[in-house]
Design a binder for this molecule. Structure first.
Ligand code: AOF
Ligand code: ZN
Length: 329
């Protein structure tokens, strides 16, 4: 299952609206015979990719999949049929398919005599590669991660507006590598005017990654026609609004969304509880003055404070990365 999770992580961002799924096939002796991941929508599912690699070795073997094998004719035929045709006798999967159209794989396989085991490393998969897609299936809304970098005193820029670089190169490399796995990145018009970012996903050597997330620019201020986010390296959507609900609606087809700033936009999303996770990169730097990472989040007194629960904490070079989820969850 760890191999299947790794395979799924490898295709994150390239499969929407399908989930990024990973599958591993073991032969009858338990040896690795095939590994696969979901291909872009309309292409084969993970099980089919792995079965093709395994060929005849799959007969009498085991399939290990991060999601319950689908049982429907969608854009592709059911994976349950493919598993049976290949002679798979045992299936382990992590998470049940919440999509009512595709569900039912377990019952179908068991009826056909396959031994099916649900729930293997389910928490790792649900918090990992399937996190955004499961949220999107459950709520009908994108999973929104707010990412920010700040000094120890919570500031994202010095008082003259300069903001490069608060965190170290390792944290910045992590942010770039993560972009290629997203469906959309959202920023405010203020950030476009102030920082003129490209918002593209780049490989460590600085080239454009093969998959580029949709760039979404939100706000009522006009941005220059020469702004880098308007170049043709990736698609861009400009939303002339301050209404968070409108932004959420416009992104309904994008399960995994990253909000990158600035402080006003982050505050607006936080005030209406539309942040599902925070990734806070905190640098061992004090600025003393300068813009805060978030403004106007609707908190007037300590009882209204927005509270979060720590998911994990990690050190990245000189900085600390905190992953937080709303405390109510
Ligand atoms: C699997 N393995 O790798 C994926 C699954 O329109 P389709 O035919 O591509 O089906 C999409 C649905 O299939 C999707 O909503 C989800 O329920 C399931 N995705 N299932 O067995 C896979 N990607
Ligand atoms: Zn399938």
């Amino acid at each position: 299952m760890r191999l299947a999770i790794e395979a799924a992580e490898g295709v994150r961002g390239t499969t929407s609206p399908n989930p990024p799924v990973g599958a591993v096939i073991l032969d009858a002796a338990g040896e690795l015979a095939g590994i696969g991941a979901t291909q872009p929508a309309g292409g084969p599912h993970a099980e089919v990719v792995a079965l093709r690699l395994a060929g005849e070795l799959a007969r009498g073997g085991t399939a290990v999949v991060t999601l319950e094998p689908c049982n429907h004719h969608g854009r592709t035929p059911p994976c349950t049929d493919a598993l049976l045709a290949a002679g798979i006798e045992t299936v382990y999967f992590a998470v049940s398919d919440p999509n009512p159209v595709a569900a039912g794989g377990t019952a179908m396989l068991e009826t056909a005599g396959v031994s099916v085991h649900a729930g293997l490393l389910a928490d790792d998969v649900a918090a990992g590669p399937l996190r955004a897609w499961l949220h999107w299936q459950r709520t009908g809304r994108s999973h929104v991660t707010w990412k920010f970098a700040a000094s120890l005193d919570g500031r994202s820029a010095a008082s003259d507006g300069t903001s490069q670089w608060i965190t170290g190169p390792q944290a910045r490399a992590r942010v770039h590598a993560g972009r290629a796995k997203l469906d959309a990145i959202v920023i405010g018009t203020g950030t476009v005017i102030q920082d003129d970012p490209w918002l593209t996903a780049r490989t460590p050597d600085g080239n454009l990654a093969p998959h580029q997330p949709l760039r979404v620019v939100v706000g009522t201020r006009d941005i220059p026609k020469t702004a880098r986010v308007l170049d043709d390296a990736a698609p861009t959507l400009v939303l002339k609004t301050r209404d968070v609900a409108e932004v959420i609606d416009a992104m309904a087809d994008y399960p995994d969304v990253l909000l990158e700033g600035g402080p006003t936009l982050a505050g607006a999303f936080l005030a209406v509880q539309r942040i599902d996770r925070i990734l806070a990169y905190i640098a061992p730097v004090l600025l003393g003055t300068g813009a805060a990472a978030v403004e106007n989040a609707g908190v007037g007194n300590i009882a209204q404070a927005l509270r979060f629960r720590r998911e994990y904490v990690e050190t990245i070079g000189p900085d600390v990365l905190l992953s937080l989820v709303p405390a109510m969850e």
